[in-house]
Design a protein around this ligand. Structure first.
Ligand SMILES: Cc1cc2nc3c(=O)[nH]c(=O)nc-3n(C[C@H](O)[C@H](O)[C@H](O)COP(=O)(O)OP(=O)(O)OC[C@H]3O[C@@H](n4cnc5c(N)ncnc54)[C@H](O)[C@@H]3O)c2cc1C
Length: 384
């Protein structure tokens, strides 16, 4: 059995790590920690990655990629996650969701207009799927895009759209045929966030990270903003991205290392048997999560559909991140509740922040219940 990264892949990881050391400056990390989205330092960071084509390593060369297998993208993401330079995860919507879909289904004009700029890190997209009445059940969405002949007229509301306040484009799904069965009357669009009639209302999570409510009020969207065929948007959003999901344990590993270092530095903690038990348990579970993520990367590289494996990895890793926060809090005791910047806050408040930040992990990107349903139905053939 051959189990591990090849020599070339390991060498690539070292190259990525060394470059990230240069570009993931304290200013970039401070912007990520602020919860306000990408500021000037983050854009510079993203463009530095773009200069090496490391935002789009798997894309064909003609579109600004390197034509590498998905395991290289995984390595880049794992290393970025470890630095904490992009939050909540290293996922870039343009490079990993919009771009690959445009390559597969977009028009020539869209390919020319967006792909090179995504690859260089000049533009980003915000996902516009969720609505007040349509989250897990996305097909219930009600945002209308009326075909007016020369243009589409948008009216409706989105919610929890994370990047709208700094991304240039909305990667949005809307209903184009209200009379069709609900999965079939939906289309996918690229909308310029500066279009008149779009307004944002900030929505902050418990962790201080900004998402947005987005309102479309008689927004005129040109015909050529439609991606692929009309009324096929649901299929594009759900099935086209099976190979694009990247899950890593980079962030978990970094936070756990901080915890272990802290425990080692405190005689009352490092000599405590229960603390050692917890640390041993977390270390084991992080290894399990890591193996889940490696399996996913390996399957994607072999172009094997990995619905079940992606769901299992997302479920285990997101729930583990919450256990780590909870156990970290238990280990630190009452002082663990002190926030970053407070006098005497152990680990500078990292665990306190994690106990709020990790709550979203089992909701965003699909809830744990939805992941379990996927494992049971698509993985184990139980009835839907
Ligand atoms: C921080 C954050 C960032 C986000 N960013 C974005 C973004 O950028 N763009 C975007 O479009 N969306 C975004 N979302 C939205 C996210 O995708 C949804 O919150 C998620 O899909 C769940 O939908 P919902 O909130 O409507 O909950 P609901 O779907 O209403 O679920 C409520 C509860 O019911 C359970 N449930 C629902 N259906 C089933 C079922 N069939 N079986 C069992 N249990 C079920 C759920 O698990 C959950 O516990 C973000 C969310 C968060 C928290």
């Amino acid at each position: 059995m051959e189990f591990g990264f090849s020599k070339e892949e390991e060498a690539f990881r070292q190259e990525v790590r060394a470059f990230l050391k240069e570009i993931a400056t304290p200013e970039v990390i401070a912007e990520a920690d602020s919860g306000q989205g990408w500021g000037p330092h983050t854009w510079k960071f993203v463009q530095a990655l773009g200069s090496r084509k490391w935002l789009t390593p798997t894309w064909p060369k003609e579109y600004g990629g390197l034509g590498l297998p998905p395991v290289y993208r995984f390595i880049i993401h794992e290393e970025i996650d470890y630095t904490g330079a992009l939050k909540p995860e290293a996922l870039m919507v343009g490079a990993n969701i919009a771009g690959p879909t445009i390559i597969q289904y977009g028009s020539e004009k869209q390919k020319k207009e967006y792909l090179p700029r995504i690859a260089r890190g000049e533009i980003e997209f915000a996902i516009g799927y969720t609505e007040p009445q349509a989250g897990s059940d996305l097909a219930s969405l009600q945002m209308r895009a009326e075909d007016k002949g020369d243009y589409f007229l948008f009216n409706g509301q989105k919610v929890f759209n994370t990047r709208c306040h700094f991304a240039q484009y909305h990667w949005i799904v809307a209903r184009t045929d209200p009379s069709a069965p609900k999965h079939r009357g939906i289309s996918l669009f690229i909308v310029d966030m500066k279009t008149p009639g779009i307004t944002l209302r900030p929505l902050y999570g418990l962790d201080g990270i900004r998402t947005n409510e987005v309102f479309y009020d008689n927004v005129v969207v040109p015909k050529d903003c439609l991606v692929g065929e009309k009324n096929k948007g649901f299929i594009y959003t759900v099935s086209a991205l099976e190979f694009e999901r990247v899950l890593t344990v980079g962030t978990l590993t970094r936070n756990f290392q901080h915890l272990v270092d802290y425990v080692k530095s405190q005689p009352s903690l490092r000599n405590d048997r229960l603390v050692r038990q917890r640390i041993g348990q977390i270390a084991t579970e992080i290894e399990i999560a890591r193996l889940h993520s490696y399996r996913l990367a390996s399957m994607q590289t072999k172009r094997i559909v990995a619905n079940y494996e992606a769901a299992a990895s997302k479920l285990f890793t997101s729930e583990l991140s919450q256990r780590v926060a909870g156990w970290g809090m238990e280990i630190l005791g009452l002082s663990g509740q002190l926030q970053h910047g407070s006098k005497g806050a152990p680990m500078d408040g990292i665990v306190e922040h994690l106990s709020r930040e990790t709550l979203l992990n089992t909701i965003a990107g699909g809830t744990s219940e939805v992941m379990r349903n996927i494992i049971a139905t698509r993985g184990l053939d139980l009835p839907r």
